[in-house]
Structure formats: structure tokens, C-alpha cells
Design a protein around this ligand. Structure first.
Ligand code: HQG
Length: 181
């Protein structure tokens, strides 16, 4: 399968597994899992036929490992990035002293006033390294990297989670834990 085909399927999967399962009548459990057979069936009914082998390739080769199969490969879900309410079941864990958030320069004024908010997503997304944060921020415009004093936050009672694909997640970041460049 060509790389652009993998990207195309991955985008469609992100959309239905994170945001709009009902659009193709997927049934999703409270942890975000969807039956693989049902998903293949719904894709083909909605003019987007893919095979199980395609799906396996997308899960394995997706650049950010955005999707995961259950152990028996009967179910699939997105590992993070949802806007719909589901419980991914991640355990709160201790973060490193510092994490990073890449954003665009035009958001900085508002972030200085409000801190980081999750907006349409379930969580604020944080990166373990500056390179990744720069890519995340660059999706929105001229990137700027904010440093988050994550361990201080956790010691003050804020919870941190790490998604299966390594993205750090938290509910919000109040401005006193942020360092601006
Ligand atoms: C900004 C991609 C104004 C925030 C990436 C961000 C990531 C504020 C934007 C994942 C704000 C939301 C998530 C405030 C936050 N005022 N702007 N108070 N608080 N913002 O896309 O973190 O490819 O929802 O800085 O790699 O950019 O989807 O979040 O710029 O992991 O797998 O509001 O999406 O992963 O944008 O990206 P997003 P994000 P996937």
C-alpha cells in the first residue's frame, strides 16, 4: 500500500474513532473500542472499502501510532485525541520535571491570561521533547514552545496520564506552571 493511501485511511480513522463514530454508525464502548469487523463493514458501506490487511498496516505504520488493537485484535481504538467523551482508562502517573507544549504565536496572549485549556479535546496535550512540541505547534502557525513545570503541578495535585503512543495528557495547565520564551 502506498504511503498516501495509509495517510488517507489514517485520517478517516481519526475522524470516526475520535470525533464522529455515529457518522458511519459505529458502536463504540465507553473506552473507545470499536469492533474491527463492524468497522470494516461500515467503511465499505460508506464508500471507503478497506481490508483487514490495510487496517493492520495502518495501525503498524502510522507515523505516530495513533491507533491500537485490543490484544485479540478484535477491537480497535484511537490512543488519544478524542473530542467525544470516553474513558481511555489510563492510570495517572508521575511526569518528568518538565514537559513541553507547542503552540502558535497568535495563541500566546490568550494562554498567558487563561493558561492552557483543552478546548475541543479531552485533554491538554504535552510533549516529552522540544522537537515534537515544535511539530505540534507548527500545525497551527509560527510555532512557539512553552515549558510546563509538570512535576510541580503533579505535586500540587494535578493528574498526568501518558497515552499508549507517548503523548502526555492533563486537564489544564494554570499559568503559574508555564514558562514562556
Ligand atoms: C491552543 C496532534 C488560546 C493550544 C498533535 C493549541 C498533538 C489555547 C490549540 C495533538 C489556549 C488546540 C493535540 C488558550 C490552548 N488560549 N489557545 N487558553 N489553550 N490553546 O489541535 O495540542 O496528529 O486541539 O496551544 O501532534 O495542538 O491529532 O491541540 O495550539 O498530539 O494525532 O489551542 O494533535 O496529534 O489545538 O494538538 P489542538 P494540540 P494528532
Amino acid at each position: 500500500m502506498q504511503k498516501n493511501q495509509i495517510v488517507k485511511i489514517s485520517k478517516r480513522l481519526s475522524y470516526v474513532l475520535r470525533h464522529r463514530p455515529e457518522e458511519i454508525e459505529l458502536i463504540m464502548d465507553e473506552e473507545g473500542w470499536v469492533e474491527v469487523d463492524l468497522l470494516l463493514d461500515r467503511f465499505s458501506n460508506n464508500y471507503f472499502p478497506i481490508t483487514l490487511a490495510d487496517l493492520q498496516k495502518v495501525v503498524a505504520q502510522n507515523d505516530k501510532k495513533r491507533f491500537a488493537f485490543s490484544d485479540d485484535e478484535a477491537y480497535i481504538r484511537a490512543s488519544q485525541g478524542h473530542s467525544i467523551q470516553i474513558d481511555l482508562g489510563y492510570e495517572a502517573i508521575k511526569p518528568p520535571a518538565q514537559l513541553y507544549h507547542g503552540t502558535a504565536t497568535r495563541f500566546v496572549h490568550s494562554i498567558r491570561e487563561q493558561g492552557l485549556k483543552k478546548r475541543n479535546r479531552h485533554h491538554v496535550h504535552l510533549s516529552a521533547d522540544i522537537d515534537t512540541a515544535t511539530k505540534v505547534g507548527g500545525r497551527h502557525g509560527q510555532p512557539v514552545i512553552l515549558t510546563v513545570n509538570a512535576l510541580d503541578m503533579q505535586q500540587d495535585g494535578y493528574k498526568f496520564f501518558q497515552s499508549e503512543n507517548g503523548v502526555w495528557l492533563t486537564d489544564q495547565v494554570p499559568v503559574q506552571y508555564l514558562e514562556f520564551p
